[in-house]
Design a binder for this molecule. Structure first.
Ligand code: 2AM
Ligand code: CA
Length: 295
């Protein structure tokens, strides 16, 4: 439960007047958000106990596209648990496990699950990975849960009720690019855009305090919500990478969209630009100037 606004977040408050789409109010009686949060936290603890050894790492299609036995085990654990919390829900997860319907998931409620976001970090001991779970009601994300077990940080966002970090309410100040750190993602499976990514990264670097490449889209998005970063961009991500964090960012007063400013998609991959109102606009201009065009 959220209790107060972090000191760091005080300052000019983001202008929310530009973006208040009608959103679905799910039947709250059906939803046990605390049970979902508890399960996500338990899944995170499974990451802490994992020992990534030879034989537990596997390759998916494409270069440097890995999954481990732990990605699969955690997704199984989550789907089993969510079935008990919200019977008849559909599942769009990253891994191929029983119950995962992928992009064809279609239901009154759909869980978007990335059991380990930041799998490469997880494999190489970076201690910067998370469990990411978004819940959609009739194709609109209504709640998001992102848990980093290494630092015991739980981000939550409930549509219309705000977002929190470990129970403290988040409210972003409207800082410009030059006032903060910008993270960008560049997954190796998206090599077509390599030149654009690094042209863009150079401009972000020159127009901000500095740049970072965190390796976990969900955590980089949540760092914007908490005010620790001012913007985030990645040119191709899957819905389970950003679904949960999208509501956390928006409820903290931030912006998230595709690079051209249009709404993010939940059935197919898209580019993601996120930031304070000001930094989001500045970042989108830089991405466009670097020559990026959405597929
Ligand atoms: P992952 O660790 O769950 O794979 C890093 O640039 C970001 O891109 C991470 O959030 C990472 O998520 C994501 N990413 C990397 N390769 C991916 C793939 N093949 N499919 C979806 N997301 C991917
Ligand atoms: Ca993953």
């Amino acid at each position: 439960m959220c209790v107060e606004v972090c000191d760091r977040m005080k300052g000019p408050i983001a202008d929310l007047t530009q973006k208040q789409p009608d959103f679905i109010q799910p039947n709250m009686a059906q939803l046990n958000y605390q049970a979902i949060e508890d399960l996500v936290r338990s899944a995170g603890k499974m990451m802490l106990q994992a020992r990534v050894m030879d034989g537990t790492v596997h390759q998916k299609q494409g270069f440097a596209n890995f999954f481990t036995d732990y990605d699969v085990a955690i997704q199984r654990f989550l789907i089993d648990g969510f079935r008990g919390i919200l019977p008849n829900a559909a599942f769009y997860g990253e891994e191929e496990t029983e119950g995962n319907q992928g992009a064809s998931a279609h239901g009154e409620y759909t869980f978007y699950i990335d059991p380990i976001d930041g799998t490469t970090n997880f494999m190489f001991g970076y201690h910067h990975s998370c469990v990411s779970v978004g819940l959609a009601c009739r194709n609109q994300i209504v709640a998001g849960f992102v848990y980093n077990p290494y630092v015991d940080e739980m981000y939550t966002g409930i549509r219309g009720q705000g977002s929190c970090l470990n129970g403290r309410k988040l409210q972003m100040a409207d800082n410009a690019l030059r006032q903060g750190i910008v993270a960008f993602g560049c997954a190796r499976y998206n090599e077509n855009d390599t030149d654009i990514v690094f042209d863009m990264a150079k401009q972000l670097y020159l127009n901000s305090l500095s740049v970072r490449n965190g390796g976990s889209a969900a955590l980089d998005l949540c760092r914007v919500a908490s005010g620790n970063n001012v913007a985030y961009v990645e040119l191709k991500l899957q819905p389970y990478d950003y679904a949960a964090a999208s509501v956390i960012v928006e409820e903290a007063g931030g912006r998230i969209s595709r690079a051209d400013g249009s709404a993010i998609t939940l059935q197919s991959p898209c580019s993601i630009v996120c930031g304070t109102n000001t930094a989001w606009e500045e970042t989108r201009r830089i991405v466009t100037a670097a020559g990026f065009l959405e597929d």
